[in-house]
Design a protein around this ligand. Structure first.
Ligand SMILES: N[C@@H](CCC(=O)N[C@@H](CS)C(=O)NCC(=O)O)C(=O)O
Length: 207
């Protein structure tokens, strides 16, 4: 049995989505963000030293980091069809998109979140932060296929990873400038597996 340490309104939602797609048996250990600080509750530190979600436990094995979790679930729980042939160019593109969301994309997202709280003191930084955020969103928009997949012709683990950055882009008000990302999110949210995950995971932003 897989346990997902799931924080509401977080990256963890995409792990639940993938588990539903794979038809895997799992349970949720649920954590709620603090209503004032939006931080995870201290109990999450008992599961993960940094107190971050997602984290999964599978037969005593703990796996942290969304990218590692999603790759692990595909490899160990019947998601081979969600990973491209390892001897293909798609595999290399897939590796890139698996990393992009948590590495490159999240730098301007976090800077905007934290610097934005400094008010006037952050004014010299904000043009660069906004330019970088817009550039990263435009990069994703330009690289998602007409078929609304990041790699190849079907759903892959990279689409699961990119679902959260795409949702963030919409939440940051970039829906008009990134219409394909908007359709990508719409297509994900229309999937029965995503809806089951949403029901099990609890309220998720405005979706
Ligand atoms: N790179 C990590 C990021 C984990 C992370 O920052 N998770 C956020 C949720 S979106 C969290 O737990 N935040 C709670 C807090 O920092 O208090 C991953 O992909 O798993």
């Amino acid at each position: 049995m897989i346990t997902v340490h799931h924080l509401n309104n977080s990256r963890s939602q995409r792990v639940l989505w993938l588990l539903e797609e794979l038809g895997a048996d799992y349970e949720i250990a649920a954590y709620q963000r603090d209503a004032t600080t939006n931080l995870a509750p201290p109990e999450l530190k008992k599961a993960h030293p940094l107190g971050k979600s997602p984290l999964i436990e599978d037969d005593g094995l703990r796996v942290a980091e969304s990218g590692a979790i999603i790759q692990y679930l595909c490899e160990r729980h019947g998601g081979g069809g969600w990973l491209p042939d390892p001897v293909s160019e798609d595999h290399v593109r897939h590796l890139e998109w698996m990393q992009f969301g948590e590495s490159s994309f999240f730098v301007p997202v976090m800077l905007k979140l934290y610097a934005g709280r400094l008010g006037d003191a952050a004014a010299p930084l904000m043009p660069r932060v906004d330019e970088q955020l817009a550039a990263h969103i435009a990069f994703a928009e330009d690289n998602i296929g007409d078929n609304l997949h990041f790699v190849g012709d079907d759903w892959t683990a990279a689409d699961v990873m990119m679902s959260f950055p795409a949702e963030i882009a919409l939440m940051q008000g970039y829906g008009d400038k990134a219409p394909r990302l908007a359709k990508f999110v719409e297509a994900i949210h229309a999937r029965p597996a995503w809806q089951r995950a949403r029901e099990r995971g609890g309220p998720y932003f405005n979706w």
